[in-house]
Design a binder for this molecule. Structure first.
Ligand SMILES: CC(=O)N[C@H]1[C@@H](OP(=O)(O)OP(=O)(O)OC[C@H]2O[C@@H](n3ccc(=O)[nH]c3=O)[C@H](O)[C@@H]2O)O[C@H](CO)[C@@H](O)[C@@H]1O[C@H](C)C(=O)N[C@@H](C)C(=O)N[C@H](CCC(=O)O)C(=O)O
Ligand SMILES: Nc1ncnc2c1ncn2[C@@H]1O[C@H](COP(=O)(O)OP(=O)(O)OP(=O)(O)O)[C@@H](O)[C@H]1O
Length: 579
């Protein structure tokens, strides 16, 4: 199934994107497993028949439950999954795993119609339970490559999958992908709901991958996933760390806690080998905290000589860069390149390369080192388009859609724009509502420091007032403009986003660079639960064509939009708004 070929809801897609031949486990076997692993389960109603009920799947979202599933009902900030037990029962749930509050709710709603397994730490128990049902263990495969870090996860996993494909295709073996944009099993794919799905879905995917002949899979591991126990019961062949900078402090509280959440991935019981980028002190701390086999990688302009691998000889190559990977122990030098703009994409590509080289040493991917080196040097696996990540839509002006939505990513993206552009940098930026509001003024200040023309607009406001979110960005931008010598930087506030994009193209000259930051591949804005369709890549391509600017070969097709052709914004000189 491909995302384009289906009209199923995301939960319904979760339900059909499942393995077929699951042997499963009985409630009795599950209870024995949970007892052995210290969860002290309590089963109601007590009786022989209950123990014999067979479980052939598992789901946490009641709308994703299928016949024979274990429905894992968790307490959340909005609701308790057990409140939706009727939906799960109607869909054919065979048993429920929940906590004390959940089992009371189930009993209130449906009495003793279904076996209930009660444990204290449901989220933690979900992983091992699903692992048992789907037959997953540390050695059952596929070889999992997990990537964590504040920025670069999606790009690195696309790079990893591209390299793994290059290596495994000749051996008639497929690859998989789990991340922010999509979940893919060989040729089949569905769009993602989350960066890292819940444990029950992850375990189902491992079984699906095996059925589909997927030998290796690249997976993004968000810090939310680790904090919410979504990776419980999974085992990684190699885990990679990109970087740690400010984001998600609403969940983690402090950088220390954010670090600790990520560090849990690099424990020996979870991961065989870790590859850690050590360009900053957080990286070195991660390498010291990791407990398995640890390999360090330096990608900064002046690489730390203590690292095992270093990126050297970075040179411009088309829009991207060519680079050398050097191992200080073996003196091995491997020349590779990436077609994606930005120095940070060299780091992402180097991480993907070293993760696969490391898997070769420690897990045996079944491909030779010579094949890996040949793929890196000759097959160009990192010259691919990653949806909405430094995606080039127009060429003169250079017009790029990017996903930068935190301070560090903005700095890196704007550095990349400045290094390639001879003209002005024009930036459209917003911030998501109900997420880490402390980063908004920082992002506003970075915008006016690094771009020449800044248009502050909307991202996904969610339940928050969009004007209030823009005000947070504007506050930082105005303060920097007042206190720092920023020359003639222009600052505007334009909502809706579509108009902001039109304006960016309106003020651009062919030698300039336009960056639409923050939304990347996303195709809807969420305004208090109402989804408003908008795809930055389409809007940008349409606006460029409207002005007669050239678009990139793989820019999206656009119909001339009658509404858009009629839209005329007043320029500031004509009395239009400026901030
Ligand atoms: C902060 C966070 O991660 N929250 C996740 C968590 O929510 P929660 O514990 O509050 O649970 P809840 O929403 O009250 O729901 C509890 C139970 O009731 C069920 N329910 C709830 C409401 C309803 O109407 N119907 C329903 O069936 C839910 O399916 C669930 O089983 O568990 C829910 C069930 O899986 C997730 O949907 C929810 O993700 C929310 C939507 C979310 O936005 N998560 C983001 C922040 C997230 O996880 N992002 C990271 C990437 C971050 C990044 O790097 O940018 C990710 O890995 O995706
Ligand atoms: N290694 C990196 N270091 C800093 N910034 C990066 C790096 N790689 C990508 N970026 C920037 O971060 C943005 C998001 O990149 P990407 O989607 O690959 O990361 P991510 O970790 O998956 O992000 P998210 O978790 O928010 O989806 C890119 O659009 C780019 O602006």
């Amino acid at each position: 199934m491909s995302a384009a070929e289906t009209t199923l809801s995301v939960a319904a897609q979760d339900r059909v994107f499942r393995p077929r031949g699951v042997v499963g486990a009985s409630v009795e076997e599950l209870v024995a497993e949970l007892t052995a692993t210290g969860f002290e389960p309590l089963v109601t109603p007590v009786g022989r028949d209950v123990g014999e009920v067979r479980l052939t799947g598992a789901a946490m979202d009641p709308k994703a439950v299928g016949p024979g599933d274990l429905f894992v009902a968790v307490a959340g900030s909005r609701a308790h999954g057990a409140d939706f037990v009727m939906t799960a029962l109607d869909a054919g749930a065979a048993a429920i795993l929940t906590d004390v509050a959940g089992s009371e709710r189930v009993r209130d709603r449906v009495g003793y119609r279904i076996p209930v397994i009660e444990v204290r730490r449901v989220r933690e128990a979900a992983g091992p339970s699903a692992a048992l049902i789907y037959g997953n263990s540390a050695s059952s495969g596929p070889a999992l490559f997990g990537v964590t870090g504040t920025n670069g996860k999606t790009t690195t996993t696309y790079f990893l999958r591209s390299l793994l494909d290059e290596l495994l295709r000749p051996h008639q073996r497929a690859t998989g992908l789990i991340g922010t944009i999509e979940i893919a099993s060989g040729e089949d794919r569905i769009p993602s709901k989350m960066t890292t799905p819940e444990a029950v879905q992850l375990h189902s995917l491992m079984a699906l991958f095996r059925e589909a002949g997927v030998a290796a899979a690249a997976m993004e591991v968000s810090s939310h996933a680790i904090s919410y126990q979504r990776t419980s019961g999974l085992f990684y062949a190699v885990a990679g760390f990109t970087n740690l900078t400010q984001d998600h402090l609403d969940l983690h509280g402090s950088m220390e806690e954010y670090f600790a959440a990520k560090a849990a991935l690099f424990a020996r019981r979870r991961t065989r080998s870790s590859v850690v980028i050590v360009d900053d002190p957080w990286g070195w701390r991660m390498a010291e905290t990791a407990t398995g086999h640890v390999v360090t990688l330096a990608t900064a302009e002046t690489p730390d000589p203590a690292a095992d691998w270093a990126v050297t000889e970075v040179r411009p190559h088309l829009l991207g860069s060519a680079f050398t990977l050097y191992n200080r122990h073996t003196r091995e030098s491997i020349r590779s390149r990436t077609g994606l703009p930005g120095r940070f994409n060299v780091a992402n590509a180097a991480l993907a390369a070293v993760m696969v080289l490391t898997a070769d040493e420690s897990t045996g991917l079944g491909v030779s080192r010579r094949e890996i080196v040949a793929a890196l040097e000759q097959a160009d696996p990192f010259t691919i388009s990653v949806p909405g990540r430094m995606q080039v839509i127009g060429t003169a002006p250079a017009a790029i859609v990017d996903f930068a939505h935190n301070p560090d990513a903005m700095i890196r993206t704007l550095e990349a724009a400045a290094s390639t552009s001879e003209g002005k940098t024009i930036l459209v930026i917003g911030a998501a509502g109900e997420r880490d509001s402390a980063k908004r003024p920082l992002m506003g200040a970075i915008a006016v420091r690094m771009a020449d023309h800044v248009i502050i607009s909307d991202d996904d406001p969610h339940g928050e007032d969009p004007a209030q979110i823009r005000a947070g960005l504007l506050e930082g931008a105005r303060e920097a403009l007042q206190n720092e010598d920023l020359g003639s930087t222009a600052l505007e506030e334009i909502s809706p986003r579509r108009e902001a994009i039109l304006r960016a193209v309106e003020v651009a000259r062919p030698e300039d660079t336009i960056i639409l930051a923050g939304r990347g591949h996303e195709v809807h804005q969420d305004f208090a639960g109402t989804r408003h369709p908008i795809d930055d890549r389409v809007e940008l391509a349409r606006a460029l064509r409207l002005r007669g600017f050239p678009t990139a070969a793989d820019a999206p097709d656009t119909e001339p939009d009658p509404d858009l052709a009629m839209t005329t914004r007043l320029s500031p000189a004509e009395g239009g708004d400026t901030a």
